[in-house]
Design a protein. Structure first.
Ligand SMILES: NC(=O)c1ccc[n+]([C@@H]2O[C@H](COP(=O)([O-])OP(=O)(O)OC[C@H]3O[C@@H](n4cnc5c(N)ncnc54)[C@H](OP(=O)(O)O)[C@@H]3O)[C@@H](O)[C@H]2O)c1
Length: 276
């Protein structure tokens, strides 16, 4: 039987509707500042989506677009100004930053209470400690998509492919915090298929088109495809949808799976940062 397709667009809309209703009821207006450096077209698209989402739910947003040539010092000065600005509750620095700017230093100059991306060392440390407050948006979305299937995470064998700080590692920690037994795979894992075939829950966050095939998936598994790869202008995931659909129990599409959830959880984190 073909896998049930998890509808990320519908779940994200539900989250946005809940946020809008909450803000309408309490009358508060959280503020989000988005900083973009340079002209990366994907970044421009992501930033405009984030602003559109904010408008839809009633979050104030402002965009700070800095030239590619901006210095690290000038960027950090802007962040410090926003850290002190009372109407701004969340600050997001759109990544990647141009070469020569230290991303780690820039991210850690955001006030951790305004770190709506959840990438600040303090917030990642809280996640390691099991305190989930401002947690990275994509892995939070991954968990919500798994929960939407009704399948319990506790006691399951979860395999995360990818160990980046923004997706793979926090996804593994969130699964671990929910009592899954977690394996994290990466580019030096010798036999990836042998690991993924063990997974009741499989999360692919690699950036390699169609890396995960049906032969690598345990029958009935929940498969979450985080990957975004653009080939001939078409967006495809890290999962070979056609072959995996025949084996998995639940599967996210690309687009329309994890992507909309990332956007929705940025709004949720902005509310959290504003104490709403
Ligand atoms: N849907 C969304 O909202 C969203 C959000 C963020 C990212 N993404 C997408 O998710 C993907 C991953 O993003 P990322 O930022 O985590 O990427 P990343 O920083 O490039 O990390 C990729 C990870 O995959 C591992 N890897 C590479 N080749 C592999 C292979 N053949 N077998 C097993 N593991 C392999 C790497 O291992 P090493 O550590 O050993 O190098 C690394 O840990 C990308 O396609 C990105 O566009 C989507």
């Amino acid at each position: 039987m073909a896998a049930a397709i998890i509808d990320g667009n519908a779940i994200a809309k539900q989250i946005r509707d809940e946020i809008k209703a909450k803000l309408d009821a309490c009358g508060s207006k959280p503020g989000l500042a988005v900083i973009q450096v340079g002209e990366n077209p994907a970044s421009t698209r992501y930033v405009s989506h984030k602003q559109k989402d904010c408008k839809e739910v009633g979050i104030y947003s402002e965009k700070h677009h800095l030239p590619e040539t901006v210095s690290e010092k000038e960027l950090i000065e802007l962040i410090q100004k926003l850290n002190a600005q009372a109407n701004i509750h969340g600050i997001l620095v759109q990544l990647p930053l141009p070469d020569g700017i230290d991303e780690h230093k820039v991210i850690n100059s955001v006030d951790p209470r305004k770190d709506v991306d959840g990438f600040h060392t303090q917030n990642l440390g809280e996640l390691v400690s099991g305190n989930e407050h401002l947690v990275p948006c994509t892995p939070t979305g991954v968990i919500r998509l798994i929960e939407s299937t009704g399948i319990e995470i506790k006691g399951k064998k979860a395999v995360v492919v990818g160990r980046s700080v923004i997706v793979g590692k926090p996804a593994a920690l969130l699964l671990l915090n929910r009592h899954a037994t977690v394996t994290v795979c990466h580019s030096r894992t010798p036999d990836l298929g042998a690991e993924t075939r063990q997974a009741d829950i499989l999360v692919a966050a690699v950036g390699k088109p169609r890396l995960i095939t049906g032969a690598m998936v345990k029958p009935g598994a929940v498969v979450i495809d985080v990957g975004i790869n653009v080939i001939d202008g078409k967006m495809i995931g890290d999962v070979d949808f056609e072959s995996v659909e025949k084996v998995a129990g639940h599967l996210t599409p690309v687009p329309g799976g994890v992507g909309p959830m990332t956007r929705a959880f940025l709004l949720r984190n902005t509310l959290k940062a504003a104490g709403v």
